[in-house]
Write a protein that binds this ligand. Sequence first.
Ligand code: ADE
Length: 243
Amino acid sequence: MRIDVVSIFPEYLAALDLSLIGKARRQGLLDIRIHDLREATTDRHRTVDDTPYGGGAGMVMKPEPWAQALGAVLAAAPDPRPTLIVPSPAGAVFTQAMAHDLAELDHLVFACGRYEGIDERAIDWAREQFDVRAVSLGDYVLNGGEVAVLAMVEAVGRLIPGVVGNPESLVEESHSDGLLEYPVYTKPSSWRDRDVPEVLLSGDHARIAQWRRLEQFRRTAERRPDLLALLDPATLTSAERTA
Ligand code: ADE
């Protein structure tokens, strides 16, 4: 998968050199290119923002550097019409389902806004060349899109075949089946007077699977009842319905 990220803080994206995503880059599974928006400016001060029309607090990112930078990404794109993701608290909320959708694509471009956002005309222009999606990490406000890009690239990148060493670990994890993950334990079996649940030491795989599934329901009911409401009750056992 090819990923281009445009930002005024390219150093922010240095974390994409680390861990599994960094390894996937070195293996050629992910071709991630970071671009400095200021390289697309033409004035001495490398200006990327200006005051908002209509007044109000803060600054707005100017359209010209964005069109220049995204045009350059497009000119070097392997395919026509890549997907352009604009991280924004005003976007659709990023989910595991969205991560799976994006992982099917060959080329993602991320435009990291800062300040009060990007002049809407640049986004309108981009819609002619890209499939544009405004995406929010959640209902809170960050100072810019970079942290959101780190999260989204990691969530999408780990779904690309080969990036996570054991693909089984992608199956039993939070949100893979609409539920939160069950609690996990490792050695020692007893630690500071706390014992690992007996069932996990039993070797009885059917009982373990049943226990884990029930724990998923308990945890989801306690922490994320909104997720339970999305499940089809017809697919649940009576123990699961009352968990
Ligand atoms: N930029 C600022 N806040 C954001 C958020 N919540 N999600 C994505 N990008 C953002």
